[in-house]
Design a protein around this ligand. Structure first.
Ligand SMILES: Cc1ncc(C[n+]2csc(CCOP(=O)(O)OP(=O)(O)O)c2C)c(N)n1
Ligand SMILES: [Mg+2]
Length: 184
């Protein structure tokens, strides 16, 4: 879930029951500092979001979301822990949202400065991990260029497929929304 969701009732109800019934659920918060145009500090009484787990007696951890390998290690650790203890855990992943919340939101918006966005762009996890891969000799510039071209091609094919496909029937709206049994 995003940081924004940690202020609504269902988040707290879900954590409460998981804590009470000791369910092996792993709650992951993607804290990118903003819920639409509202910063965490303006929306949440507790701005260290992992601490929200304390109220429900749930194991909690925080990880630098700009570091791909650290995220891998921490997620693996909480998954292993859940399998072993059969208890819930909450992991806060600290990251940043480089763009607006949606198409209607300008990149910098009026709620943060251009400087802030540009400063944080330097710790973009994709760029940093790319550098690590190059340093380790796992991939070279050419590999990244090829991979970018391949991704662009896949996206273009998807757009083409969508634009050339017929409109789905209205019944599709109800498909796979809830659990389906006996085709009902
Ligand atoms: C239950 C509910 N309340 C309010 C909204 C309106 N709303 C849409 S997005 C959003 C903020 C979400 O914040 P976050 O999860 O941090 O997303 P981000 O802006 O980082 O993409 C809100 C309040 C909603 N969609 N659902
Ligand atoms: Mg957010």
């Amino acid at each position: 879930m995003g940081d924004g969701a940690t202020n609504i009732g269902t988040f707290h109800e879900g954590l409460n029951l998981a804590g009470l019934w000791k369910l092996p659920v792993i709650f992951i918060i993607e804290n990118n500092r903003y819920g639409m145009g509202t910063s965490v500090d303006r929306a949440s009484a507790v701005n260290e979001l992992h601490k929200k787990a304390l109220a429900y007696n749930i194991h909690n951890e925080v990880v630098d979301g700009m570091d791909v390998l650290e995220v891998y290690k921490k997620v693996k650790a909480v998954v292993d822990r859940a399998k072993e203890t059969y208890e819930p855990a909450l992991l806060e992943i600290e990251t940043y949202r480089f763009r607006g919340h949606s198409m209607s939101d300008p990149i910098h918006g009026h709620y943060r400065s251009k400087d802030e966005v540009e400063r944080l762009r330097k710790s973009d996890p994709i760029i940093l991990f790319g550098e690590t891969l190059k340093e380790e000799g796992v991939a070279a510039d050419q590999d990244f260029e090829e991979s970018e071209k391949r991704i662009k091609r896949i996206v273009e094919e998807c757009v083409e497929f969508t634009e050339n496909s017929p409109e789905p029937p209205i019944e599709e709206l109800w498909k796979d929304v809830y659990f389906e049994r006996n085709g009902a």
